[in-house]
Design a protein around this ligand. Structure first.
Ligand code: NAD
Length: 508
């Protein structure tokens, strides 16, 4: 059976803890590999490797770092089909969908190639007589990234290109459910000329995570995953004095007003609810639809959903693959058991949808629930599966109140032909990512990504300018090179436009 190892100091390293976990092929239900699960001692070793590499890498000329990133981009592009096939085989999503995630991850590598420009500081000449002030940003040291199963290449690529480009060493702790993509990323980085130890991959579960969060050799923690774990990561790492960004779960609402193009809205709802079997942090799991068009909208959604082909993600023409594990499939199916008792109307039950492929696969077809009360489990919880809840609202104000009452605030969307309504929505809605006639608003790499409320703990989003700030510390230097005799000791605090600056102990 295939064995998924760590990647430390530029090479694959088999685990020494004796702990391993299974990696399944979700389309057959069979185990296809074992993955090493690190012990606390292995965490110590990987942090030591990263710390040893961080110093020299942080001193490496920024232009050289940029060249390595350019080469990383080439390596990843040349292996993107292999990566997509591997992701599909462990996650279950279609190969086409996996190609999309690799492409979105590559955008962040391309952003990081521009690191010489991104790290430029500011300079103010003559803030006082012969006194200049300037700012610069330096690497934090060693950062780690703890990532979820649902984007095994894209989410690590939200983090590691910028962390490395900024001059840090980076330890990736991928999901133990689909760990193999992480090794391809590390091989590409190594082949691109990244020095050993600057990017290490440590396979593991909660034991490895907790050891990383407590380790004094880790300076910054980036996390993406479910809300309870995001909260735990944020609280634990912050208490240990680290900077943390912890992105959590989601319950993304899509509002459909009565003037929306219903065909466009239905296409968007079906694509965003059932793409990747609903296992996306930007999946639409709730549609809040204007009363007057709700029946027509539901009919259009059901008509499209009924045509979806469910089966193994590597087969041509398949729209939706299996869920990631049997436990997860059963948990999602459990919401269908309770839906009617909770007061919802089960319009399409995914348990009866035809499936092409091995009956042992972790399949669940697309499900549509209508008239869902906000008290229903399927509405309240992050289901993270192919289940679309439809709620009805009298007008935009009522729809906004429903969206804003959700404890989550990752993303949301509005479908309308009224620019004024769209503007009111974007202004008043409490979420980080907003789509206007667009269902999954994952932005381009030049704009940061992140949510509000229980969807993000910490104050910086990932990548974009936020990524640069997160992976660097700022310095502001105030400098004077005396040309002639200085003014001597002066204890008074200098006012604006003072002709002579304060001495060393002064400040402005
Ligand atoms: P998860 O929270 O179960 O796992 C995420 C990571 O945390 C994994 O590396 C896992 O090994 C580790 N982990 C799991 N349990 C732990 C514990 N008790 N203590 C310490 N570490 C632990 O998430 P998942 O199921 O892999 O991914 C799906 C979740 O991720 C969904 O909630 C989804 O919304 C969220 N997600 C959010 C975003 C975003 O941008 N906000 C993006 C992708 C996924």
């Amino acid at each position: 059976m295939r064995h998924v190892t760590h990647f430390i100091d530029g090479k694959p390293v088999a685990g020494s803890s004796g702990r391993q976990g299974p990696v399944f092929d979700p389309s057959t239900g069979q185990q296809q590999a074992t993955v090493d699960l690190a012990s606390a001692d292995e965490v110590d070793a990987v942090v030591a490797s990263a710390r040893a590499a961080a110093g020299e890498w942080g001193e490496t000329a920024v232009g050289r770092r940029s060249q390595v990133l350019f080469e990383l981009r080439n390596q990843l592009r040349s292996r993107s089909d292999e990566l997509a096939t591997l992701i599909s085989s462990e996650h279950g999503k279609t190969v086409d969908d996996a190609r999309g995630e690799v492409a979105r991850g590559l955008e962040v590598v391309e952003l990081a190639c521009g690191i010489p420009a991104l790290l430029k500081g500011g300079f103010s000449e003559n803030v006082s007589t012969r006194l200049d002030t300037y700012s610069l940003r330096q690497p934090v040291g060693v950062a780690c990234g703890i990532t979820p199963f649902n984007f095994p290449a894209m989410v690590p690529l939200w983090m590691l290109p910028l962390a490395i480009a900024c001059g840090n060493a980076f330890i990736l702790k991928p999901s133990e459910r689909d760990p193999s993509a992480s090794l391809v990323l590390a091989e590409c980085a190594s082949d691109a000329g990244l020095p050993p130890g600057v990017l290490n991959v440590l396979q593991g579960d909660r034991l490895a995570v907790d050891a990383l969060l407590a380790h004094p050799g880790i300076d910054a923690v980036s996390f993406v995953g479910s809300t309870p774990i995001a909260r735990h990561v944020y609280e634990t790492a912050a208490a240990a004095g680290k900077r943390v960004q912890a992105l959590g779960g989601a319950k993304n609402h899509m509002v459909v007003l009565d003037d929306a193009d219903l065909g466009l809205a239905a296409d968007a709802a079906v694509s965003a609810a059932f793409g990747s079997a609903g296992e996306r942090c930007m999946a639409i799991s709730v549609a809040v639809v204007a009363d007057s068009v709700a029946d027509a909208f539901v009919a259009a959604v059901v008509e499209r959903t009924g045509r979806l082909r469910v089966g193994p993600g590597h087969l041509d023409g398949i729209d939706m693959g299996p869920l990631v594990t049997a436990e997860h499939r059963d948990r999602v199916a459990g919401y269908l058991d309770g839906a009617a008792a909770d007061g919802a109307t089960v319009v399409l039950d995914g348990r009866h949808h035809p499936v092409e492929g091995d009956p042992g696969g972790f399949y669940l077809g697309p499900t549509v629930l209508d008239h869902v009360p906000t008290t229903a489990g399927a509405y309240r919880d992050e289901v993270f599966g192919p289940v679309l809840c439809v709620l009805r609202a009298a007008d935009l104000d009522e729809a906004l109140a429903i969206v804003n009452a959700s404890p989550y605030g990752n993303g949301t969307a509005i479908f309308t032909s009224d620019g004024g309504a769209a503007r009111k929505f974007q202004h008043e809605v409490r979420a980080g990512m907003i789509g206007i006639n667009v269902p999954i608003p994952v932005p381009v790499a030049t704009y940061p990504f992140g949510g509000w409320k229980a969807s993000l703990f910490g104050d910086t989003h990932v990548y974009g300018v936020d990524g640069i700030h997160f992976y660097t510390r700022g310095k502001v230097v105030t400098s004077r090179w005396p040309e002639a005799a200085h003014a001597g000791v002066r204890l008074a605090f200098p006012g604006t436009g003072a002709t002579e600056p304060a001495g060393g102990a002064g400040g402005r």
